[in-house]
Design a protein around this ligand. Structure first.
Ligand code: NAD
Ligand code: UDX
Length: 465
């Protein structure tokens, strides 16, 4: 059977871009073409300023771009030329109609399937790279079959497990790659072709192959389990504060049990990002669809605990500042949903800011990677107040010290290294603030003792007095 020579990826986002760039780096004999309907995004991929901030990405793109990695908006052409097509478009939570607020909106995926069927011009392997509800492959197959002039299509599921901020490392050294496909001969042959692409750098024993439904469901399940660990430790953080226990000590103590393990036990102001909440809600919707109401309720609590944690943090700021933040200046260090990314989707900072702004606080933000307009966009999406009011109540700065000047309180919302005690001059911050000066550490990155010595009143998530 002939080897793959041309791979097209539809969707040049946080997943499509880095994933294909690394594949191109490791497969110099394959031509990769990433396409997107968003011209500005494609222009940015072709420029020196890539559309996403991701450590190590620049280097990989520079090494491959123009050699075997290409970007364009020519979706139809790219479909035609490819042997294998990755669908890597967004699958956000539905904002309308049946399943609103829970189900994944699959309209972009369906559009891709229709476009592939129309422009295929030959047999293709179609790979689901987007995170999709289990049994989506069935719909894709149906569309491809019914519109496709007799060409043969194989649909594979190959969910992506990279995390933002560490995407390149995750891709280069994946714990595992998962490929699901049909169990018949043609399905197995298609799986084998994708195995070969990955096997140029991932050891064969780390490439897992399953049936297509297991692969689709494993992705939602992996995210649900990871998020559940964070909600569990965050639930305990509230109890720590009430009892005098220290959530970091508890997390360490339980994480040394090899059955539990140490990762993803860091208490925080709440998980954000484009995946966890969306994928759990999607799982909840699926469970309800199949009549599994108890299962749905079980997973739903992971999201409600996360909402509670964000609200709890904002409420703590208000109650500590003598029960009112009206007209007060609250400095936010960080707006991204985690460090080393410019992504702000579902970032806890947005919700904490919104709650404080409802109490008429003025928010002054510094984030090293997030553009100011993106912050306003995030707040506008909540539709709590007008764009004009958001602009009046939130100001962004290019400098952490400027953001903190004259503030009544500083809140750490993202764990950027530059906010840590050995990198930011906290004495300077203290000197410039209103007194008493409060610090709210939502990321467990500050040295509470050192800050207290300076004169700050410090609140740390999960630490009792
Ligand atoms: P994204 O929004 O950054 O990128 C998606 C891109 O697809 C956009 O640029 C959009 O313009 C483009 N697009 C949409 N419809 C199109 C069409 N018909 N033709 C061409 N381009 C089209 O999204 P993302 O973060 O890269 O996520 C993509 C998928 O991967 C989602 O299903 C997500 O759940 C999943 N995923 C994301 C991550 C992550 O860390 N972001 C990790 C694993 C999986
Ligand atoms: C996640 C999954 O980790 C990844 O496998 C999947 O492909 C996409 O979704 P991502 O959202 O990019 O990745 O980042 P992740 O590192 O998982 O962090 C998600 C959120 O959880 C962040 O807000 C992070 O700050 C928070 N988090 C993470 C915690 O609060 N505590 C932890 O211990 C770990």
């Amino acid at each position: 059977m002939s080897k793959i020579k041309h791979i097209t990826c539809i969707g040049a986002g946080y997943v499509g871009g880095p994933t294909m760039a690394v594949m191109a780096l490791k497969n110099p004999d394959i031509r990769f073409h990433i396409v997107d309907i968003n011209q500005a995004r494609i222009d940015a991929w072709m420029s020196d300023e890539l559309p996403i901030y991701e450590p190590g990405l620049d280097k990989v793109v520079k090494e491959t771009r123009g050699k075997n990695l290409f970007f364009s908006t020519k979706v139809d052409e790219a479909i035609k030329e490819a042997d294998m097509i990755f669908i890597s478009v967004n699958t956000p939570t539905k904002k309308y109609g049946i399943g609103k607020g829970r189900a994944a909106d699959l309209k972009y995926v369906e559009l891709c399937a229709r476009q592939i069927a129309e422009h295929a011009g030959g047999d293709k392997i179609v790979v689901e790279k987007s995170t999709l509800p289990v049994r989506t492959a069935q719909s894709i197959k149906k569309i491809l079959k019914s519109t496709s002039n007799g060409y043969k299509f194989q649909v594979l599921s190959n969910p992506e497990f990279l995390a933002e901020g560490t995407a390149i490392e995750d891709l280069l050294h994946s714990d595992r790659v998962l490929i699901g496909g049909d169990q018949d001969e043609a399905g197995q042959a298609a799986i084998q072709k994708l195995v070969e692409v990955y096997n140029s750098w991932i050891p064969r024993e780390r490439i897992l192959t399953t049936n297509i439904w297991s692969s689709e469901l494993s992705k939602l399940t992996a995210n649900a389990f990871l998020a559940q660990r964070i909600s569990s430790v965050n639930a305990i953080s509230a109890l720590c504060e009430a009892t005098g226990a220290d959530v970091e000590e508890v997390a360490y103590a339980i994480g040394t049990d090899s059955r539990i393990g140490p990762k993803f036990l860091k208490s925080s102001v709440g998980f954000g990002g484009s995946c966890f909440q969306k994928d759990i809600l999607n799982l909840v919707y699926l469970c309800e669809f199949f009549g599994l109401h108890e299962v749905a309720r079980y997973w739903e609590t992971v999201v409600s605990m996360n909402d509670y944690q964000k609200t709890r943090f904002a409420s703590k700021i208000i109650s500590t500042l003598f029960n009112t933040v009206s007209g007060k200046k609250i400095a936010f260090l960080g707006w991204a949903f985690k460090k080393d990314t410019n992504d702000t989707r579902e970032s806890a900072a947005i919700y904490v800011a919104d709650q404080l702004m409802q109490d008429q606080a003025n928010i002054h933000v510094y984030d090293p990677q997030v553009p100011t307009e993106q912050m306003y966009g995030d707040l506008n999406e909540l539709e709590t107040r007008s764009d004009e009011d958001n602009r009046a109540q939130l100001t962004a700065y290019d400098d952490a010290y400027e953001a903190c000047k004259d503030a009544h309180a500083v809140a750490v919302l993202t764990e950027w290294d530059e906010f840590k005690a050995d990198q930011l001059d906290w004495q300077k911050v203290y000197n410039s603030m209103k007194k008493p000066a409060f610090v709210f550490d939502g990321r467990l990155i500050l040295d509470r003792e050192a800050l207290t010595k300076i004169g700050f009143e410090v609140y740390t998530i999960g630490k009792g007095k």
